[in-house]
Design a protein around this ligand. Structure first.
Ligand code: CAA
Length: 264
């Protein structure tokens, strides 16, 4: 399938990459791009061969410089609501994907760009990347989940400072506040992300899915409820062929080889 604003690649090792591809507009998110992202995520969710997804931006300057301000400038309240709904629906699908998703932030990740990265499982960034939620400088607030996901990740006080000032922070600062896991030279970014993606892709699919689901769901509930969820997910893992293979391989002193799909 052809996409107008996205590039989509899949490789034999089960690693797929979506590249936001509007470099002349610093990969800004227009309504059409968000629709494509949503449709592509539906396809990826059904594809058993994909084990890890990477998101990145085309060109050297930007991951995604936010929602398309040309479109935002024309929105009334109802259109604004539709736009925010469209963005949040795509971004919620991203967070709910059963496979791990890594953001490879190669430049500006502003507004909706930071919000997409925040919905990924974790972020690696190039030294040149800049993060921020500058919506306040446009007279609006983040609309794609930034007021909710950022405080959950970095704490309320840091999130308030970023959102209320609209200031950009460097990749190094983003690493310091716990928003980014790793910062590398621009030329090394995709190599480092793929190395981690390949390491994850070799793990059992049932356990990867269970770990992601329990962490995401558990963070929203109290500790006791989260721990009960973990017991159920742990039991489900124990019933999987992956658990048999993983524990047997350890005892036989060999490397575990997990099946590629859930349906085999
Ligand atoms: N929407 C539309 N076009 C954008 C854009 C955006 N978010 N960001 C950059 N562009 C366009 C510019 O208009 C420019 O286009 P032209 O060449 O046609 O003039 C092109 O991309 C290159 O940008 P600049 O010339 O501005 O590049 P720069 O290096 O001087 O500055 C920047 C880079 C600091 C990222 C600056 O472009 C910028 O501040 N962009 C806007 C960032 C922003 O405010 N994002 C939040 C959007 S609102 C949002 O995301 C709401 C939400 O949560 C849903």
């Amino acid at each position: 399938m052809e996409w107008k604003h996205l590039l989509f690649e899949t490789a034999d090792d089960g690693i797929a990459t979506i590249t936001f591809n509007r470099p002349k507009a610093l990969n800004a998110l227009n309504a059409e791009l968000l629709g494509e992202l949503s449709s592509l995520l539906d396809i990826i969710a059904q594809d058993e061969a994909i084990r890890v997804l990477i998101l990145t931006g085309a060109g050297e300057k930007a991951f995604v410089a936010g929602a398309d301000i040309n479109e935002l400038a024309k929105c009334n309240a109802l259109q604004g609501k539709c736009f925010a709904n469209r963005g949040q629906s795509a971004i919620s699908k991203l967070q709910a994907l059963n496979i791990p998703v890594i953001a490879a932030v190669n430049g500006y990740a502003l507004g909706g760009g930071s919000e997409i990265a925040l919905a990924c499982d974790f972020i690696y960034a190039s030294e040149t990347a800049m993060f921020g939620l500058p919506e306040i400088t446009l007279g609006i607030i983040p609309g794609f989940g930034g007021t909710q996901r950022l405080p959950r990740l970095v704490g309320i006080n840091i999130a308030k400072e970023m959102i209320l000032t609209g200031k950009m922070i460097s990749a190094a600062e983003a690493r310091e506040i716990g928003m980014v896991n790793k910062v590398v030279a621009p030329a090394d970014l995709m190599g480092e992300v793929k190395k981690t993606a390949r390491s994850i892709a070799q793990k059992g699919k049932v356990a990867l899915r269970a770990a992601k689901q329990v962490i995401n769901a558990g963070i929203e509930v109290d500790l006791a409820a989260g721990c009960r969820m973990e017991i159920d997910a742990f039991a489900l893992c124990m019933a999987s062929p992956d658990a048999k293979e993983g524990t047997t391989a350890f005892l036989e002193k060999r490397k575990a080889v997990f099946k590629a799909g859930l349906m085999e």
